[in-house]
Every structure is written in C-alpha cells, then in structure tokens.
Design a protein around this ligand. Structure first.
Ligand code: AMP
Ligand code: MG
Length: 356
C-alpha cells in the first residue's frame, strides 16, 4: 500500500498482554471510535471482524472501502445481548428465539427481514439482515461498551483468506483503520454457519461449525444447499452469495483422496510448490518428494485443528510466494463439511490431477 493510500495510523493493541485497567481503557477508546463512525477490528470465535456502527450508513461505507469489498455484499451485524435484536428486525420468529437460546453466543448467523433502522448500506441493498452474537469475551465486551450493534465482516482485504490472528488483520488493513484489538489466534478459524430464516422453508447458506444435524431438531422445515459431500447442489439466489472468497495468490489444487506416487514423481524438484496436509500424510509423503514446501494443518482426525489452521496456512503460502498449492481432501463429517467448503472455494481446480 502506498503512503498516499494510507489514511490513518493503526493502533495495534494486544489485549492479552495488558492489565485489566489498560484493557478497560482500550475498550473505551475503541467504543468512542465506533460511536464517532470509525472502524475497529476485533476478535470473535470464528474469525476477526471489522466492526462499524451497523445503524450508520457512512460507517458501513467505510467498511466496504477499507476491505475493498463490493458494496452489494451484505455485512453480518453483531450483538451482545438478545434485546439488541428486536430493533434490527421486523419481528423475531419463535424459531429464531429457540436457536438463539440454544446456540448464542456462538458461530450461528441468522437472516431475518430487517427493520427500517438498519440502513440498506449495511445489508448490501437487501431487505433482510444477518445477525449473530459472537462467543468471544473481547467482542462481547466491546459491543457492551459501545452499546451499538456492530456490522462486522471478516477483517481481511477482499479476496484474501479470512483473518484468524491479529497480525493477519494488521497485515491487510494497517493504515486503513484506526484500531485493531488483538487477542491472539481465534478458536474456530472458519466463518459462522448462516441460516436464512426469512423464507417459509429455512435454508443453510453457508456451512460452519454448527451443522445441519445440529440445527435440524429445532428447524423441522430446514433445507440445506450444501450436500453432506460439501458440494453445492443448488445455487442460492441471495446476492450476498455471488462472490468468491478465501483464495490464496497461487493456484490451489485439491488432491484426490488417494494420491499415487506418480503424482510425487511429477512434482520432483518443483520450486514454489507447497503441499498442505495432515501431519500423518506429511510424515509419509515427504519421503517421496523432498523439494516442495510442506505445511502441516493438524492431525488427520482432528477437524478442529485442521479448520483452525487452514486460513493461516493459506496466508503462509502467500507470504512464501507459492505458485502452486496442493491440499489434501478431508472427511466431510461435522465441521469437515465447512472445512471442505472453504477448501473448494479457495481451489482453482478441485480434484483435477491428471495421470501423466
Ligand atoms: P463475512 O462477514 O465476510 O463472513 O461475510 C458475510 C456474508 O454473509 C456475506 O458474504 C453473505 O454471504 C452473507 N449475508 C449477510 N447478510 C446476508 C443477507 N441479508 N442475505 C443473505 N446473505 C447474507
Ligand atoms: Mg469474509
């Protein structure tokens, strides 16, 4: 970013390395920026969010501009207690109350018809609004302190993997926003599950840590767009779904479930090539191909770790200027559905390894 494009100094504050008194002061500073229509990045349990006052069209416009995001891609509004929901929506259906009680604070975003108080700038021109209550102490403290619902998309530059650590946010947005609250690595590392409750038959628009099976008992008419295989079986009509995300700079290719040694022979002494895989696969595969860069995502059966490490690994590939990135395919069970959904979105040509 050139000096000219930088609009402000970014204060990067590590909330785990300060006293309670300093933390409260930081929250006050952040809250006063937000009340003035400025932006503050903060951690949630899913990924870091770039927050602005959800009721202020100008703050929403600043979010789009800081991210370089198309302004018809709607923002998720974050709240810290249930009474904050009422003014944002036309009405609260009973299924929404039930899901909120069961899964909030947590990685579930619900879409409902919006009230007049929420500007179209926040919802990307839609008459619905996406809302969630994040399960992270700093996010909840910040929203409590400023008393505002915060529109907060992932705090990355548009097209980059979502940020899972404070330094990812600083790397993407320094000079563009006044403050980053950094509480270290987030817990989950993939974005929230999105359920659209604005239609007669609710649908899952984005898979996440909370799965179809988790939601189904509370939403009898629930439809899913995502087949258990993780592949979309029908394209959602919501305008917010038309943008791709999460892509690293290099070409990313998903490996088939069973990789054969021809593949490694073809890769011999390829520079600027990375392979992202489980620790077990790396221990075996690296013996066949010493020259590529190996990046471990976690143990094969530990979906939580694989999800937690994915976006950081994609960013490492960018930092290392990797031109080609191969990635292992994982189980689609539970969180695996969301993991494979993000891997597919980041991949330029899924499952295309031609035999030579
Ligand atoms: P992010 O906050 O970066 O994880 O992205 C927010 C995503 O939420 C958008 O890209 C949309 O896919 C989705 N979203 C937010 N609001 C709505 C809405 N009103 N209708 C449909 N999708 C939405
Ligand atoms: Mg995003």
């Amino acid at each position: 970013m050139s000096e000219k494009e930088k609009t402000c100094q970014t204060r990067w504050l590590k909330t785990n390395e300060i006293s309670m008194k300093e933390y409260r002061k930081a929250l006050e500073d952040a809250a006063s920026l937000l009340r003035d229509g400025e932006l503050v990045a903060f951690p949630t349990e899913t990924v870091y969010g770039l927050g602005g006052n959800a009721l202020d069209a100008e703050a929403a416009a600043k979010i789009y501009s800081a991210k370089g995001r198309p302004s018809d891609n709607p923002l998720i509004v974050h709240i810290s207690y249930i009474d904050m929901l009422e003014p944002l929506v036309e009405e609260i259906p009973s299924v929404c109350r039930r899901l909120a009680f069961e899964f909030w604070p947590g990685p579930l975003t619900m879409i409902l018809p919006k009230s007049d108080q929420v500007p179209m700038a926040t919802t990307g021109g839609l008459d619905t609004v996406a809302v969630r209550m994040p399960a992270h102490g700093v996010a909840l403290d910040l929203i409590d302190t400023c008393g505002l619902p915060l529109a907060a998309p992932s705090a990355n530059r548009s097209g980059k993997p979502s940020p899972t650590r404070g330094e990812h946010v600083y790397h993407d947005l320094q000079g563009r926003i006044p403050m980053v609250l950094d509480a270290g690595a987030v817990e989950i590392g993939l974005e929230s599950t999105i359920i659209d409750l604005s239609r007669p038959e609710p649908v899952i628009l984005r898979p996440g840590k909370i799965t179809y099976d988790d939601l189904k008992p509370f939403v009898p008419r629930l439809k899913e767009y995502h087949h258990p295989s993780g592949r979309e079986i029908e394209r959602p009509k919501a305008p917010g779904m038309k943008y791709t995300h999460y892509a690293p700079e290099g070409t990313m290719i998903m490996l088939p479930l069973h990789v054969e040694d021809d593949f490694f022979r073809a890769l011999e002494s390829k520079e600027k090539t990375a392979i992202l895989a489980s620790t077990e696969k790396i221990a075996r595969w690296r013996r066949f191909c010493p020259d590529v860069t190996w990046i471990a995502l976690g143990a094969e059966d530990d979906l939580d770790s694989l999800a937690h490490n994915l976006f950081h690994a994609l960013r490492q590939c960018d930092l290392l200027d990797m031109e080609t990135i191969y990635i292992e395919s994982f189980s689609e069970d539970g969180l695996g559905e969301a993991l494979m959904n993000r891997i597919r979105k980041a991949s330029s040509c899924p499952l295309l390894i031609e035999k030579q």
